[in-house]
Ligand binder design. Structure first.
Ligand code: HMG
Ligand code: MG
Length: 288
């Protein structure tokens, strides 16, 4: 068991992108500001994708302009192409995340391109980020299964990880986009991924089906991963992956780590206040 792990808070992006009801920019800013005091070193704050694809994220520039930037926190943003990169850079994102898929079906649905075409596009973003000295993170989606193609072979994951590392990503976050993983399939996937990159350069990104995400985190931790993505209040899903559940809830992850004696550096009291804001923003909260 490690002494500590890092949690990357992705709720303001991976969580809110899935909310069908328009969320006011000020509410997004308030959520990020509440998260800024919790002890995260990285918060994914926005994405600069085609506004027609994800209207909820269209106000990324206003969100980044409005937040109170806390010292020691890196505010990250997703960019799928050079246009998105230019917008993210102009908005002052501290870290850029490019995103690819291990499977062809999700690449087509999410990026309107094949895996190879999207990797070529992302390599352009990577080159630009490198020239500007901006940190570049990579995401690989559907590492366990794809809503269109079914199970993903570990070799596909290894190829995707290798491509993202090759283009300059300092870390690759492995996305179980539809929460299909179990500890067994996560281990098999990681054996594949580790052929392409060492565990200290990999992160776990588990969407949570039936509460299995915590067990999947532990399986990944056993294999050397030390960075995990989570979303405050368990927000999340993916508009392009039908049925994708929310991300593992940050509070549940912190609580589990505390029980295991693994430090996260997250203040649970402050996180609970941020989670209350997040839950208020959820469309289904109103219906409950
Ligand atoms: P496309 O339609 O093939 O792109 O979409 P295009 O280049 O033909 O452009 C279409 C229009 O969008 C044009 O405008 C472009 O200018 C505009 P028009 O000429 O029609 O007026 N456009 C943009 N505008 C602003 N910013 C941009 C941008 N790009 C194009 N960056 C594209 C291809 C990749 C752009 C589109 O499919 C897209 O934006 N996809 C993003 C989808 C997305 O955000 N998905 C969710 C994030 S990924 C995820 O959640 C998984 C993750 O959490 C990990 C996991 O769980 O697995 C990361
Ligand atoms: Mg996700």
């Amino acid at each position: 068991m490690p002494d500590s792990i890092e949690i990357v808070e992705v709720g303001p992006r991976d969580g809110l992108q899935n909310e069908p009801r328009p969320i006011p920019t000020e509410a997004k800013i308030a959520l990020i500001d509440a998260l800024s005091g919790c002890g995260f070193r990285r918060i994914e704050a926005a994405s600069f994708v085609a506004p027609g694809a994800v209207p909820q994220m269209a106000d990324g520039a206003e969100v980044l302009a409005g937040i109170a930037r806390a010292p020691g926190v890196r505010y990250a943003a997703l960019a799928p192409n050079l246009k998105g990169y230019a917008r993210a850079k102009a908005a002052g994102a501290d870290e850029i995340a490019v995103f690819a898929s291990a499977s062809e079906g999700f690449a087509r649905a999410n990026l309107n391109a094949s895996v190879a075409e999207s990797m070529a596009r992302l390599a352009e973003v990577a080159q630009a980020a490198k020239a500007d000295g901006l940190a570049l993170r990579g995401y690989l989606s559907c590492v366990i299964a794809c809503p269109y193609d079914g199970p993903t072979a570990p070799a596909q994951v290894a190829r995707g990880v290798a491509a993202l590392v090759e283009m300059g990503c300092f870390e690759v976050s492995l996305g179980d986009t539809i929460g299909a993983g179990t500890p067994e399939t996560v281990r098999a996937m990681l054996f594949g991924a580790q052929g392409a990159a060492p565990p200290e350069t990999l992160a776990g990104h588990f969407h949570d089906t039936g509460g299995r995400a915590l067990a999947n985190v532990e399986a990944a931790m056993d294999l050397g991963l030390r960075v995990f993505d989570a979303a405050v209040g368990g927000l999340g899903g993916c508009p392009f992956a039908p049925g994708a559940p929310g991300n593992v809830a940050t509070g549940a992850l912190v609580a589990r780590m505390e029980k295991l004696g693994v430090a996260t550096g997250i203040d649970m009291g402050r996180l609970a206040r941020a989670a209350a804001l997040a839950l208020d923003m959820r469309g289904d909260a109103e219906e409950d």
